[in-house]
Design a protein around this ligand. Structure first.
Ligand code: CAA
Length: 386
C-alpha cells in the first residue's frame, strides 16, 4: 500500500526583521549573517501568536470538509509547547472544529519530532487505510536577544495530511533512525530560551547525517544518483550546506552539482523565515517542490535532526501533480511587513512565557485568523477571528 504526504501547508507570522539591520545593531558584519550563516530575514512573533495559533492557521489551509470526515488523529510536533501537561493538539482540534471522535496528542524531541509523527501516522494509516492523520510541526525558535543563536531564530508551522494514495510524496519503507544521549541543545522546564552549544551541535548534526546516510545506503544499495534531491533540517541554511558538502567533499560531477542546486532551492524559504525547529525540514521540502527542478517519479531524500540528539534519513517518491497540493508560500512571505529591531525586541520581551498573571493582549491589532487573546486563571484563551 502507498502511504505518504497528501497535502502540505505553511503558516508564519505577518512580521519580519531584516537580518542585515540586526547585524548592524549587534555590531556584526551583515555578510556574516547573510553569507556566513545564510539567513536574510527572520519571522517576528507578536505576543498574540504561539504554536497553537500558527499550527491551526497552517492546518486550516489544507483541510477540506471531506478531509475532516476521514481524520482519525491530530499529532502536533513541537519543542515550544504551551503547557507541560495538556497537548496543544487539543486546542488546535477545537479551533479547527474537528469531530470529538478524534485522537489528539503532542510529541517532543527538539527539531526531530515531526518526523516521528509522520512515521507514527504511516502506521495508523496502514492499520486503517480509509483514515488520515494530520501532522502539524509548529515551533517558535528562541535563543535570546544578543546571543550567538539570535540570528538563527524563527517561527512558523507546517501542516501535513498523511494518507493512503497520497498526492505529494509516497514514503518508502526503508528509514534509518539514529539516537545518542548528547547535550548540544536543551531547554530546562524553567526556561523560555534554549541552551545551546552551537558549534558542537553543528558537528553532531553532520556526524548524524553521515551515519544515517551510510546505513541507508547499506540497506538499500542506493547511490546519490538514485535521488533527484536531498533535503535537510535547516536551523539556518548554511547547516544544510555543511551536511551536503561533508558527503560530496570535492565531488564536482554533474550529480553532485545538481544536488547543490537543489539544496539552494530547498533553502529559499528558510532564508526568509528562520528556524522552525520541527517544521524546518518540511518547509525545506516545500521550498524544493516550489523552486527546484523536480518531476513526478523523482526520489527525494529527507534528513531530519533534533538535538539531544536524534537523526533520521528516509525517502519518498514524488507523485503526479504534486504542485497542486501545496499552499502558496511565496504569497504568504510577500504579504508580510518589516518591523524595526526595537519593535522586534519589544515583542520578544512581551511573550506570555512564564507570566503567571491574568493578561489581556492587544489582540485586535493582530490580523491573523487565529489569535491568543491572553490568559485568565492560568488558562490560555484562543479565538478564531470571524
Ligand atoms: N562574511 C562571510 N562569512 C562570515 C563573516 C563575514 N563577514 N564573518 C563570519 N563568517 C562566517 C564564519 O566563517 C562561519 O562560517 P563557517 O561556519 O562556515 O565556518 C559563519 O559565518 C558563522 O560564524 P561564527 O562561527 O563565528 O558564528 P557564531 O559563533 O556567532 O555562531 C552558530 C554561529 C553556531 C550557528 C550560532 O548562531 C548558534 O549557536 N546557533 C544555534 C545552534 C544551531 O542552530 N545549531 C545547528 C545544529 S542543532 C539543530 O539543528 C537543532 C535545532 O534546530 C535546535
Amino acid at each position: 500500500m502507498k502511504i505518504g504526504i497528501d497535502k502540505m501547508a505553511f503558516a508564519t507570522t505577518d512580521e519580519y526583521i531584516d537580518l542585515r539591520e540586526l547585524a548592524r545593531e549587534r555590531g556584526d558584519e551583515p555578510d556574516k549573517y547573510t553569507i556566513g550563516i545564510g539567513q536574510d530575514r527572520q519571522a517576528v512573533v507578536p505576543p498574540t501568536q504561539d504554536i497553537v495559533t500558527l499550527g491551526a492557521a497552517a492546518a486550516k489551509k489544507l483541510l477540506s470538509k471531506d478531509d475532516k470526515k476521514h481524520l482519525s488523529t491530530v499529532i502536533v510536533a513541537t519543542e515550544s509547547g504551551i503547557d507541560n501537561s495538556k497537548a496543544s493538539a487539543i486546542y488546535i482540534k477545537h479551533l479547527l472544529g474537528l469531530d470529538d471522535f478524534t485522537r489528539a496528542v503532542e510529541l517532543k524531541e527538539a527539531c526531530y519530532s515531526a518526523t516521528a509523527g509522520i512515521q507514527f501516522a504511516k502506521g495508523l494509516v496502514a492499520m486503517n487505510p480509509q483514515s488520515t492523520v494530520l501532522v502539524i510541526a509548529a515551533d517558535i525558535a528562541r535563543y535570546g536577544l544578543k546571543t550567538p543563536g539570535e540570528v538563527t531564530q524563527g517561527a512558523g508551522a507546517v501542516a501535513m495530511l498523511i494518507s493512503a494514495d497520497p498526492h505529494i510524496l509516497t514514503l518508502e519503507d526503508t528509514t534509518v533512525s539514529y539516537t545518542k544521549d548528547v547535550m548540544d541543545f536543551w531547554r530546562p522546564l524553567y526556561a523560555t530560551e534554549a541552551n545551546v552549544d552551537g558549534k558542537y551541535s553543528t558537528n553532531v548534526y553532520v556526524d548524524f547525517f553521515l551515519q544515517c546516510w551510510q546505513r541507508y545506503q547499506q540497506m538499500t544499495g542506493r547511490q546519490l544518483d538514485d535521488f533527484a534531491a536531498l533535503t535537510f533540517h535547516l536551523p539556518f541554511t548554511k547547516m544544510g550546506k555543511k551536511a551536503l558538502e561533508a558527503l560530496l567533499k570535492d565531488n564536482q560531477s554533474p550529480v553532485a552539482d545538481k544536488m547543490r542546486e537543489q539544496l539552494t532551492a530547498s533553502q529559499k524559504y528558510c532564508r526568509e523565515v528562520g528556524n522552525l525547529y520541527t517544521g524546518s525540514l518540511y518547509l525545506g521540502v516545500m521550498s524544493l517542490l516550489q523552486n527546484g527542478q523536480v518531476n513526478p517519479g523523482d526520489r527525494i531524500g529527507l534528513f531530519s535532526y533534533g538535538s539531544g540528539a536524534e537523526g533520521e534519513f528516509y525517502s519518498g517518491i514524488l507523485q503526479p501533480h504534486f504542485e497542486k497540493y501545496l499552499s502558496d508560500v511565496k504569497d504568504d512571505l510577500a504579504n508580510r511587513h518589516q518591523v524595526s529591531i526595537a519593535e522586534y525586541e519589544k515583542q520578544f520581551n512581551s511573550q506570555l512565557g512564564m507570566n503567571q498573571d491574568d493578561v489581556e493582549l492587544d489582540w485586535q491589532s493582530d490580523p491573523a485568523l487565529f489569535i491568543l487573546k491572553g490568559q485568565k486563571e492560568h488558562k490560555r484563551i484562543y479565538q478564531e477571528k470571524k
